[in-house]
Design a protein around this ligand. Structure first.
Ligand code: ATP
Ligand code: MG
Length: 297
């Protein structure tokens, strides 16, 4: 029921005015049919960019993505729309649901796009509400559900057209530990029982360990592949923090070099301010990350 995913030499460059960001720098990875793979990595390392390209929400600058025998990176707009409806279910960190519709209607919506007959839709909604354990919440609007319940409705909606692949970008990002655990358990359930191939991006090592494998992205490429048992949670968290610290100290030395360059007249004031702005922004992102991880820096 799942499909294998092959990503090869994927490059994504974002351009805003004259500023260029290389979000993916030749990233390659494979996910086997029916596998559940976790992706971890620092903020800004390219996780969402990767998921959006695999999910057909965004286009690659170069490289290839193949899902089953579909070469996603060479689909035209119409084919991409069809691909998004049939082949992948996408779950985001927040705002998966339409606030004015009930849980049942939110799950029904993707099937309306596929012109599934009403009686079939109703039956499928009932079935999916049962899969995610929310039969009693059919007529609740998102605002009348807990965060964890909302994500389970989002999961049901992602499953509506029975796609072989589920892509989840921080599906537990806004949830407490208890609700995270429940949402992850449902993801595991649909992986095990329905054989769906799943890629799950997460910051949480506990969530990541639910995967068959864990891939770590850094600066737009896969830096490490781990099995859940390979690295203990504590070690992984520590090495993650160490990585951030190393990146920060690297950026700080770049800042010092920039000042030297300015003093020595090797760069203009304009160049200095522009570069400095970029560097300090990135440093601040890492600082926030450390703060969030509870590391006093
Ligand atoms: N639409 C966009 N336009 C320009 N730059 C972007 C865009 N989306 C992402 N970027 C940049 O690309 C890089 C990778 O972003 P991405 O969102 O993929 O990171 P991430 O790993 O998902 O981070 P986080 O953990 O914070 O969600 C970042 O430097 C980001 O600023
Ligand atoms: Mg992201």
């Amino acid at each position: 029921m799942g499909l294998g995913i092959i990503v090869k030499d994927l490059v994504k460059v974002y351009r805003i005015d004259s500023v260029e960001v290389q979000a993916l720098r030749g990233l390659s990875m494979e996910v086997k049919e029916g596998e559940i793979v976790s992706i971890i990595g620092p903020s800004g390392s390219g996780k969402t960019t990767l998921l959006n390209i695999v999910g057909g929400l965004s286009r690659a600058t170069a490289g290839m993505v193949r899902v089953g025998d579909i070469e996603v990176t060479s689909l035209n707009e119409n084919q991409l729309t069809e691909y998004r409806r049939k082949v992948v279910g996408h779950i985001f960190q927040t705002l998966n649901l339409i606030p004015t519709l009930t849980a049942a209607e939110n799950i029904e919506l993707p099937m309306m796009a596929m012109k599934v007959p009403r009686s079939k839709r109703i039956e499928r909604v009932r079935e999916l509400l049962e899969v995610v354990g929310l039969t009693g919440r059919a007529n609740h609007k998102p605002g009348e559900l807990s965060g964890g319940e909302q994500q389970r409705v989002a999961l049901a909606a992602a499953l509506a057209n029975d796609p072989p692949v589920i892509l989840a970008d921080e599906p537990t990002g806004e949830l407490d530990t208890v609700n995270s655990k429940i949402v992850v358990e449902y993801l595991l359930k649909i992986n095990r029982e329905m054989g769906k191939t799943i890629i799950m991006v997460t910051h949480d090592p506990v969530v990541a360990r639910a995967g068959d494998r864990i891939l770590r992205i850094e600066d737009g490429v896969i830096k490490a592949a781990l099995t859940p048992a390979q690295v203990s949670m504590k070690e992984r968290t520590l090495s993650f923090i160490d990585q951030i610290r190393m990146r920060m100290s690297d950026l700080e030395s770049q800042l010092r070099k920039l000042e030297e360059d300015l003093r020595a007249g090797r760069i203009s004031g304009d160049e200095y301010f522009r570069e400095r702005q970029k560097l300090t922004q990135t440093i601040n992102v890492y600082r926030e990350e450390l703060h969030r991880l509870g590391v006093v820096s």
